[in-house]
Design a protein around this ligand. Structure first.
Ligand SMILES: C[C@@](CO)(OP(=O)(O)O)[C@H](O)COP(=O)(O)OP(=O)(O)OC[C@H]1O[C@@H](n2ccc(N)nc2=O)[C@H](O)[C@@H]1O
Ligand SMILES: Nc1ncnc2c1ncn2[C@@H]1O[C@H](COP(=O)(O)OP(=O)(O)O)[C@@H](O)[C@H]1O
Length: 311
């Protein structure tokens, strides 16, 4: 890249950030701070939001694309919060315009808001030429939300703590997914609350947070047929309790030929692991025709986390 093109990039920086799916999500009891300890396996998928940051007279955020009307345009927007946090750390005024192009479903359990926060964080660090290393960026990310560090990191990773402590996992090959987007979103805190309600008769010591050892071994094999039966999501029962129609969606994906289907994180997006790319295309076509989803997408993973792309 020439010096001239580098200086153009610093006038406006665009960052591409992936959605995530939880291949495994074991949820411990409710902690005193309102969070739950997790053992989760994240995978970043090739469904991206784009976050463009550029100098402005004051902080503003606009959103276009998938579900834009449901995304706040004020300082509660997670991308705006990311810029405000970085600005405070480095003692600058947050005079930045943030333009988000959404493809990740809003309130869909695919961490779209977290992706936008990670994108704005990487964007403003590059725009201002800040000397913040990966650890410092991850620490800021964790303060913005439990899923934000993974949106920076990408790939396939084990998440512990409240999901913010990450360890990369070796996953061979490419996995092919079909995503069934729901008509209405689900609130993450509401789904965790529903899980606590469903578990209310169980003593805390009965709630196991098993390690995903079998899944991690399966991921190194790169064989989706070995991985598929090991997908697990403790939040799925709670998401199905709040949106019972998702049972039909899950059944329809498996009937259409997917190896397995699972609710993504807190839902309501349902994700289906397929044997290969052509199987995913067939499952997507059949699911679209079944009328069980607002929209259907295909995506593959793992892909890298938040990355600056050229304008
Ligand atoms: C469920 C998961 C699975 O990856 O993702 P989504 O499906 O929402 O994308 C995550 O745990 C969501 O992470 P994120 O959306 O970043 O949550 P946060 O902003 O940190 O927390 C929102 C709320 O979710 C609940 N929460 C979140 C994380 C956690 N380990 N335990 C919790 O109980 C708390 O009620 C918290 O107040
Ligand atoms: N930039 C953003 N993009 C999406 N949602 C956002 C954003 N900023 C704040 N939110 C709020 O966060 C909530 C959860 O959003 P999202 O991250 O898309 O879902 P999930 O937590 O299910 O993965 C939304 O309902 C929305 O009100």
């Amino acid at each position: 890249m020439s010096r001239a093109s580098l200086s153009v990039v610093s006038d406006a920086v665009t960052v591409r950030v992936p959605a995530k799916v939880n291949l495994y999500l074991a949820v411990g009891p409710l902690r005193d701070d309102g969070y739950h300890d997790l053992m989760t396996v994240f995978q970043a998928l090739s469904l991206y939001d784009e976050v463009r940051v550029s100098p402005a007279t004051e902080l503003r955020v606009t959103t276009t694309g998938e579900g834009a009307a449901e995304v706040p345009a004020d300082d509660t927007n997670l991308a705006a919060r990311a810029v405000t946090e970085v600005a405070q750390r480095v003692g600058r005024a947050p005079r930045v315009a943030i333009d988000v192009t959404k493809r990740i479903p809003v309130a869909g359990g695919m961490a779209g808001g977290s992706a936008d926060a990670a994108g704005a964080l990487v964007g403003v660090v590059n725009l201002w030429g800040l000397d913040l290393d990966r650890d410092q960026q991850s620490e800021i990310a964790a303060g913005l939300g439990s899923d934000v560090p993974f949106a920076l990191h990408g790939g396939t990773a084990l998440g512990t703590g409240r999901g913010e402590q990450l360890m990369p996992i070796l996953a061979r090959g490419e996995f092919h997914w079909v995503l069934a987007l729901s008509k209405t979103g689900l609130s993450t805190p509401a789904v965790y609350r529903e899980l606590d309600r469903l578990r209310h008769t169980r003593s805390e010591t009965d709630i196991e947070i098993d390690r995903p050892d079998a899944l991690m071994a399966a991921l190194t094999s790169g064989d989706p047929r070995v991985v598929a039966p090991l997908l697990r999501n403790d939040l799925q029962a709670a998401a199905l309790s709040l949106q019972p129609a998702l049972r039909r969606t899950l059944r329809a994906g498996v009937d259409a030929g997917a190896l397995n289907g699972i609710v993504s994180g807190s839902g309501p997006t349902c994700v289906f692991l397929c044997a290969d790319e052509s199987a995913a295309v067939n499952v997507a076509a059949e699911l679209s025709g079944a009328g069980v989803a607002r929209a259907v997408r295909t995506a593959s993973g793992p892909v890298p986390g938040a990355r600056v792309i050229e304008e």
